[in-house]
Design a protein around this ligand. Sequence first.
Ligand code: ADP
Ligand SMILES: N[C@@H](CCOP(=O)(O)O)C(=O)O
Length: 298
Amino acid sequence: MKRFTIQVPASSANIGPGFDSLGLAVNLHLNLEVTEADNWEFEHRSSLLGPVTNYEEHFIYQIAKQTAARHNKELRPCKVVETSNIPLARGLGSSSSAVLAGIEIANQLCNLSLTTEEKLQYGTDIEGHPDNIAPALYGGLVIAAITDDQETHWVRLPEIKSDIIVHIPNVELKTEKARGVLPESYSRGQAASASAVSNVLIAALLSSDYSLAGKMMEKDLFHEPYRAELIPNYHLIRNSANEYGAYGTVISGAGPTMISFVPEGAGETIANQMKKILPDYEIKALQIDQTGLKIDCG
Ligand SMILES: Nc1ncnc2c1ncn2[C@@H]1O[C@H](COP(=O)(O)OP(=O)(O)O)[C@@H](O)[C@H]1O
Ligand SMILES: N[C@@H](CCOP(=O)(O)O)C(=O)O
């Protein structure tokens, strides 16, 4: 009888101009205990996960089934116990964490021996963009691109020396809705300016020039100007965090969470200052998760 556990971190995608390609794994986690059983059963042990649906409608079951089907296999029934401290639909990559969990369930149950590259590809096929899947899989700060042959290419950046703070409001924003406000296309001039800002952001991160990185992340032209009005307290959070010493503050993923990059060691202090301004928010100083997807087969 198989038994295994899966842990997948949350992730913060985009970091401003790295729209659909750049993301960071953070230390909030989805955990699953999977045990072969006579029937399928999902049990949610965290209030954040909401009520359990019929197993056939469960998102993670659907991903697992779809992954098994790609290899002409069927899943054997399991009991899945889920705990999570990743808030849903807040821009912290909960759906990508769930997608990777589903892929891994199929991988283990059907002995697919998937490589990490295949997991990245399958996850990206499902999500449509790799910026949450890649960091959740590899840990750290990862840049990934889907090329016109539908292959996903990626680079994990060296560790950055910055604390991070997430400002999570008590409202959901579905990624699909936040993608709906973006333009269908950009002019050559807009695309050139936007990718120039993105290029300087990456170069600044690689050079550990965090002041410049902070400036560049706030100059995004791909998505922030269109999404700002969907994000509660967008300007207040950015301006206040910067007054308290943040390098830069951007929308986390598609929002509504805002993420600040602050000097190393200053995370808790600035988070406490921000809590006074936004008492209804969940404000957390987080660490970068350097590990990514973890599987333990005991
Ligand atoms: N652990 C989970 N178990 C089941 N479904 C999940 C889980 N995590 C996320 N989901 C699904 O993903 C949706 C959120 O996805 P999305 O709108 O992309 O937001 P985000 O990925 O930013 O949290 C949830 O409403 C839910 O349907
Ligand atoms: N690049 C995507 C990222 C979505 O991240 P999520 O955590 O909000 O699902 C986008 O900006 O739409």
